[in-house]
Structures are given as structure tokens and as C-alpha cells.
Design a protein around this ligand. Structure first.
Ligand code: ZN
Length: 253
């Protein structure tokens, strides 16, 4: 048998890894339906498999409970995830949020407990980098070489500058993804799409969970030319920047 190399490094693979993690997909027992059809797996070395396993539960708790998810995400949150939280006496939540608070919204007998918090951003970014690497390996049959920049479209912010950036980014990404196929056998839980590379050789993958949690990961292959990213430069310098997109004007700073 031909030896395969890990989806993250050049080591020989010793196992397979689910991307995204299997625990995001509800079991038949929990959901009454099969959301584990043809789950995506990639070859992995021992080091990278072990590292990622620790992040799987963290990722599940971070994204399955997000408001706006479809009913599958919601059910999953109320079943498997609540069980996991209770089992760990809610200590698991401390690993997910750096700061958190529980709020109760609603009226009369219809209450909804909402968790607000500051997520462990660095750890989330690392999780989505790994998923993007895995999806690339699965889709193209080789390891991605270059730089990845995840953008977490599902995080909410009160900061005006970041809000405008998010709106602009989503409009732009959605336009580029409009006619691109959606891949994945359990699309209510997860699917992905790739954009066509731009003139610099840069493209995006969209990772979509529970019809709601969107993550865009920019891919800058080693062969790509880095664009000057004038708008980003201006943003970093704190100069008022206007970006025009589809007849709308977005103001930064
Ligand atoms: Zn590896």
C-alpha cells in the first residue's frame, strides 16, 4: 500500500482525522436522522491527530450553541452539548469563553438562556486553520502550502469599524461564492465552497455550519503574489477609508 503523508505536515500518516470534527454531526440516536453520511476524513500523523482531538469538544461547544443556527444545531446544543456541559459541571464552558455571562431573554413562560462571552479567539482561529487544511487535502488531494487567514464571520462585535468591515467582507465573499458549488454530504450540518482565485492567485474557502456559522479562510499559496491591500494599509493607519461595493459605501475608521 502506498504510504500517505499527514494533511498538516510531511510526516507519514498513522491514522485518519475527521474534518470538521465528527462530534459536530448529531448521532442518529440524538436526532432521529442520519447526519453522518460520508464524513470527510484525511490522513494524519500522530502529533497532529492528538493535538486536534483536544480541540474537537472546544469547537463543538463554541459553535453549536450560536443563536440563528438551524434546528439541527439547536437540537444538538440541547442534547449532546448540554450533557457534556453537565458532565463537566460547566467547567467546559470556562475553556470556551475567556469571559462569560448567562442572560435570560423572553417574556412570561417563554425563556431562552443566552450565553454571552468573549471566546478564546486564538484557539478558534487555530481550529479553523486545521479544518481549512483538512478540507484542502480532501478536495485537492495534496497538502496546502502557503498562508491561511481565517475570518470568523459569526462573531458579533459592537465596534463600528469592525462591523463595517464584516458587512463589506460578507457582501464581497457572497458575491464571489454565488455560483460556486456547495460540497458536503450533510449540508444542514456542514458544507464548504471555494472561490475562483483572483489575479494574485488568492482565493477563499467558506466553511458553513448549521446554515448559520460562516467562516471564510483566505488562502495565499506560496506561489501567489501578495497584493498591496491598499484598503487594509489605510485601515491600519487609522485614516478614514471608504470602500465602494455594489453601490453601497462602507466607512472604516
Ligand atoms: Zn502531521
Amino acid at each position: 500500500m502506498e504510504t500517505e503523508t499527514c494533511y498538516m505536515c510531511d510526516s507519514v500518516s498513522t491514522s485518519v482525522e475527521h474534518v470538521p470534527p465528527k462530534c459536530l454531526f448529531p448521532t442518529h440516536k440524538d436526532s432521529g436522522a442520519n447526519y453522518r453520511v460520508n464524513l470527510i476524513t484525511v490522513p494524519s500523523c500522530e502529533k497532529h491527530n492528538g493535538e486536534k482531538s483536544r480541540d474537537d469538544e472546544f469547537l463543538m461547544v463554541s459553535i453549536a450553541g450560536i443563536i440563528g443556527n438551524n434546528s439541527i444545531g439547536y437540537q444538538h446544543y440541547n442534547g449532546k452539548i448540554q450533557r457534556a456541559l453537565k458532565r463537566t459541571s460547566y467547567k467546559l464552558l470556562d475553556k470556551v469563553f475567556l469571559k462569560k455571562q448567562m442572560s435570560r431573554v423572553g417574556e412570561e413562560n417563554e425563556f431562552l438562556d443566552i450565553l454571552w462571552g468573549t471566546p478564546d479567539y486564538t484557539r478558534l482561529i487555530s481550529c479553523f486553520e486545521h479544518i481549512a487544511m483538512g478540507i484542502y487535502r480532501h478536495h485537492f488531494g495534496k497538502r496546502f502550502q502557503g498562508e491561511l487567514k481565517p475570518y470568523l464571520g459569526f462573531l458579533h462585535t459592537n465596534e463600528q469599524n469592525l462591523k463595517a468591515f464584516k458587512e463589506w467582507m460578507q457582501l464581497k465573499a457572497n458575491k464571489e461564492l454565488e455560483n460556486q458549488p456547495k460540497y458536503g454530504s450533510n449540508q444542514e450540518v456542514f458544507y464548504y465552497q471555494y472561490t475562483v482565485p483572483d489575479k494574485f492567485g488568492i482565493y477563499l474557502v467558506r466553511l458553513c455550519f448549521y446554515d448559520n456559522v460562516d467562516v471564510y479562510v483566505a488562502h495565499m499559496p506560496v506561489t501567489s503574489e501578495k497584493p498591496s491591500m491598499l484598503a487594509m494599509e489605510l485601515l491600519n493607519r487609522g485614516i478614514k477609508t471608504y470602500v465602494h461595493e455594489d453601490g453601497k459605501v462602507f466607512e472604516f475608521n
